[in-house]
Ligand binder design. Structure first.
Ligand SMILES: *[C@@H]1O[C@H](CO)[C@@H](O)[C@H](O)[C@H]1NC(C)=O
Ligand SMILES: *[C@@H]1O[C@H](CO)[C@@H](O)[C@H](O)[C@H]1NC(C)=O
Ligand SMILES: *[C@@H]1O[C@H](CO)[C@@H](O)[C@H](O)[C@H]1NC(C)=O
Length: 454
């Protein structure tokens, strides 16, 4: 979360500091300069680390991604038995990722997509090659078709330091509470830092969750460095945009992941704003043609359109860029999402939880006074960026806005249960209150006529 309108997320360390730590890195990485160092330097490892899953969008498939420090083959062995032999094998490829830091550290990122998985069945796998295997992990293949009830954990802004939500997310994952994770931008703080070692540390930290569940992402402002290179290299999202924007189907929902960052880091290319916008529009058109089958359209993007936090972020401005677009009129998302009847919009960036009344253009559009979320007449927004990071929590303004339904300044994350085509259940878990549910609402929309808000 940046303070103020500056395009840079947090104030960068002074230059001399960057220089000194880079110099130190160079010295430490040059063994000849350290004659007294004990033992021989550890050889670069062929053992997989930072194992994680993602769903490539094809039913019956799952992608395994991991890192090694030398180029070795990319293989996954898998099966149905928790112990004993793993009879199936799949092969993939690796790509070399060179971090933009002064050491130009080299990571070999391996990707293998498993196919033909039986829906809803639990698999055991390990990844690597003859030169080194990971430990065994378990995952459940996603069910097929629209007629099941996916459960998700949703959060943004999870750091390698102060990752408050992680222990509980781990426990939930072990208990099989979820089908997938949505991480709504801002990872590690930051993945590129310390020559991308912070990224390595973060990916190891989330492994107990991310190696067991598809870990679906969108980029946040903290991924900006070197044109989002750590984000693009480390994750494996569907589509051909290196995870900047894409969509996928999950049970009765169509889920769209987008980059709000294209509106802010214009020096990486103004064309990205336009390209994403046109893609969003055509994806929404397609999703609406299929709406009788998959009624829910859910979006996730890092920076919200609205928020009532006490800072100077984009969402605190009346005409936020995400809502109204560049110069207040180009490629704004609110009109687009309203026009195509998007049901639920998930955001993060503010390190807090905020739920809005159904809203369009500052008008509260409750279904009714008594049941605001039953047949709402505008999209529902949830801002969930309090999973925990070194930047701590974000305070709210003293008085909530009329469109703000609930504000929680506590660490936590959101549970989203897409029960069926008409009912979605949203709960906020507080880690400050040892897992207490601090928000609990149902959003109910009719089965048909979902495109139009009436
Ligand atoms: C940044 O990356 C995007 C695609 O990921 C690319 O289209 C764009 O040209 C890049 N910008 C620069 C300045 O390299
Ligand atoms: C929306 O519903 C909530 C909860 O009943 C209520 O407090 C609020 O005043 C309503 N807003 C409008 C504009 O109807
Ligand atoms: C969805 O579940 C709710 C709660 O059980 C039920 O009332 C509703 O009829 C269901 N909707 C559909 C389309 O099955």
């Amino acid at each position: 979360m940046p303070a103020g309108p500056s395009p840079f997320p947090c104030s960068p360390p002074p230059l001399y500091h960057v220089f000194l730590s880079s110099l130190l890195d160079l010295l430490l990485s040059t063994p000849l300069l350290l004659p007294g160092s004990p033992g021989s330097p550890k050889p670069p490892s062929a053992a997989p680390e930072q194992v994680h899953l993602s769903y490539p969008g094809e039913p019956g498939s799952m992608t395994v991604t991991w890192t090694t420090w030398v180029p070795v083959p990319s293989e996954v062995q898998y099966g149905l038995q928790p112990s004993g032999p793993l009879p199936f094998q799949a092969r993939g490829t690796f790509s070399l990722f060179v971090d933009g830091g002064i050491l130009r550290r080299k990571l070999y990122i391996h990707r293998v997509t498993l196919q033909g998985l039986l829906p809803g069945v639990q698999y055991v796998y390990r990844c690597g090659s003859a030169q080194g295997w990971s430990r065994r992990f378990r995952f459940r293949a996603l069910k097929k078709g629209p007629h099941w009830s996916p459960r998700l954990a949703v959060f943004g802004d999870l750091g390698a330091d102060n990752p408050r939500a992680l222990p509980r997310l781990r426990r939930d994952t072990q208990q099989g509470m979820y089908d997938a994770i949505l991480h709504v931008g801002d990872f590690a703080y930051n993945m590129d830092q310390d020559n991308a070692r912070v990224g390595d540390r973060f990916m190891k930290l989330i492994e107990p969750v991310a190696a067991s569940l598809p870990y679906m992402t969108c980029p946040g402002n903290h991924e900006e460095r070197y044109n989002f290179s750590n984000y693009k290299a480390r994750f494996s999202m569907p589509g051909n945009t290196e995870g900047l924007w894409y969509s996928w189907d999950l049970g009765p929902a169509h889920i769209i992941s987008l980059s709000t960052e294209v509106y802010f880091f214009l020096h990486y290319g103004r064309h990205l704003v336009e390209r994403q916008f046109h893609w969003l529009e055509s994806d929404l058109q397609k999703a609406n043609k299929n709406r009788a089958v998959r009624p829910w359209i859910i979006t996730m993007g890092h920076r919200p359109m609205y928020c009532s936090n006490a800072d100077l972020d984009d969402c605190t401005w009346h005409e936020s860029k995400v809502r109204k677009g560049l110069r207040g009129k180009f490629y704004g998302l609110e009109d687009l999402f309203y026009k195509y009847g998007v049901d639920l919009q998930l955001w993060a960036h503010e390190h807090s939880y905020e739920r809005l009344w159904p809203i369009y253009n500052y008008q509260v559009l409750n279904g009714s006074q008594e049941m605001p979320y039953t047949h709402p007449r505008g999209p529902v927004h949830i801002i969930t960026g309090s999973a925990g990071c070194e930047e701590l929590l974000t305070p709210f303004t003293l008085f909530p806005r009329p469109w703000s339904a609930l504000r929680v300044k506590e660490y936590g994350y959101t549970r989203l249960h897409i029960l069926n085509g008409t009912h979605v259940h949203i709960q906020q878990v507080s880690d400050d209150q040892d897992g207490k549910i601090v928000d609990d609402v149902w959003v109910v929309r009719p089965l048909l006529g979902r495109m139009m808000y009436l």
